[in-house]
Design a binder for this molecule. Structure first.
Ligand code: SF4
Ligand code: SF4
Length: 182
């Protein structure tokens, strides 16, 4: 044992340091809040309950049923069922998420080329059965209306999840002269 360690032990230096720290914080305002009477606003962009983006033009889901989100999902908790519509376009018949299996990684949001799925900042949800956490397309669209009302959804997407299609748009073909230079 060194002299320093011996002095610390004999004079209870570490205990006194700990007590001093406690005393220092004793008269500071409390950091705890009385939840749920008091609550803090969630941080912008925090990952909560899922929502399917509602297209303001058509009033329907923006999702085209490509299945990229489901393919990326590490929990395999997204289930998509599609069929062929009258105009031979894919129709999303069912889009379902088993929320209890989700790990909130947001890979689904990142993978979606249309910005059609988001994680809202709503995190205070509970239920008495597993079924309540099985979110259907209709319920996911309702989440968009409830938690991304007004401009909130648009701002959220622009700030955090700009649709990848914008980033990876096909570039215009190079002009003849430019090609010759390369
Ligand atoms: S947040 Fe992650 S785990 Fe949850 S549904 Fe999306 S990809 Fe799956
Ligand atoms: S990646 Fe987007 S468009 Fe494709 S199925 Fe998922 S939510 Fe729909």
């Amino acid at each position: 044992m060194t002299v320093n360690e011996l002095i610390k032990k004999v004079f209870f230096i570490e205990i006194l340091q700990g007590l001093a720290l406690t005393l220092k914080h004793l008269f500071k305002p409390a950091v705890t809040i009385q939840y749920p009477a008091e609550r803090k606003e969630p941080f912008a962009g925090s990952r909560g309950l899922h929502a399917l983006v509602r297209d303001s033009g058509t009033g329907r889901e923006k999702c085209v049923g490509c299945g990229l989100c489901a393919a990326m999902c590490p929990s395999q908790c997204i289930h998509i069922y599609t069929s062929e519509g009258d105009d031979h376009k894919k129709v999303v018949d069912r889009y379902e998420i088993e929320v209890l299996r989700c790990v909130y990684c947001a890979f689904c949001v990142e993978a979606c080329p249309y910005g059609a799925i988001v994680l809202t900042d709503h995190f205070e949800y509970s239920g008495y059965s597993r079924e309540e956490f099985y979110y259907t397309k209709e319920r996911l669209l309702e989440n968009w209306d409830k938690y991304m009302a007004g401009n909130k959804g648009k701002e959220y997407l622009e700030r955090f999840w700009r649709p990848r299609a914008v980033d990876f748009a096909t570039p215009a073909p190079a002009k003849k002269e430019e090609r010759a230079k390369q």
